[in-house]
Design a binder for this molecule. Sequence first.
Ligand code: FAQ
Length: 311
Amino acid sequence: EDADKSARFEARVANEERIEPNDWMPAAYRKTLTRQISQHAHSEIVGMLPEGNWITRAPTLRRKAALLAKVQDECGHGLYLYAAAETLGTSREELVDQMLSGKAKYSSIFNYPTLTWADIGAIGWLVDGAAIMNQIPLCRCSYGPYARAMIRVCKEESFHQRQGYEIMVTLSHGTPEQKAMAQSALDRWWWQCLMMFGPPDGESQHSDQSTRWKIKRFSNDELRQKFVDATVPQSDYLGLKIPDADLKWNATTGHWDYGAIDWQEFQDVLAGNGPCNRDRLAARRKAHDDGAWVREAATAYAEKQRARRAA
Ligand code: FAQ
């Protein structure tokens, strides 16, 4: 009977039908989606920290309002994503615990510091730019709740990308000091953004299966290349230099060739040894502990309501 269900599931995926929470699905499909969606949620939540660091120091009221809105959007994305992950049968408490205990990953990119205001521009331009490149195809993911969440998330990410690029335009056309600050931010975020797309295809353990299940529509390296191709002209417009001596237009392939990525650095960050891993987890644990009374009060209130209804 399971073979029957499995064949029906595969046929529906092949036919581009969306799989919904109450549909039968292979245990491994449920598991890999729970992994990916929850890690995506953790990334949104931890991703609030590097930018949150600059809310009190934004240079103008307009910049502050835009940054506040962006960071709030990221919180919202985290909540849609936890809700999508919960439809697969794991509770939010359990998912959050996996992050706080260091068992579940979140994106490597959020383990780097935001040293100057230009980093806020670089994050919007490059980190959100990379996020959009990866997430647009996820709008067609075979799992319905994830695909639908991504549609709204991508609209908001596109606002985030523009606000970041506009900061970069202002700085790179500003005083020499401002331009140098923009260049330094690009230097410090470029390679780390290329790592966001994940390990090279040959070393990506989940890619084959996720591609067959139409969770992934493009490989890690394909998306990385699309990102480089889209970003080089934007950097030219800013008059900034991408920190890669091997970056070269390849007329044969019609793509920009780029230099070797330091995968050791990526592995170190994944192992918990990036510049900010400890700070990020400590900040999340403190926020979780500080919020304990809210969760307790909400539970007590729900209990009281239930008792009142029963009476
Ligand atoms: N960091 O076999 P694969 C954002 C892990 S955007 C950390 O290729 P897969 C918006 C991977 O989990 C950032 N770990 O895996 C924002 C796996 O380990 P596991 C979040 C990474 O799943 C902007 C192992 O390496 N976006 O938050 C990374 O097929 C600004 C092997 O890798 C998403 O999560 C990495 N960079 O492909 C917020 C998008 N790369 O799980 C605030 C959804 C790989 O077995 C401010 N996710 N790993 O322990 C995906 O598309 C995929 O999961 C990939 C990885 C492409 C990230």
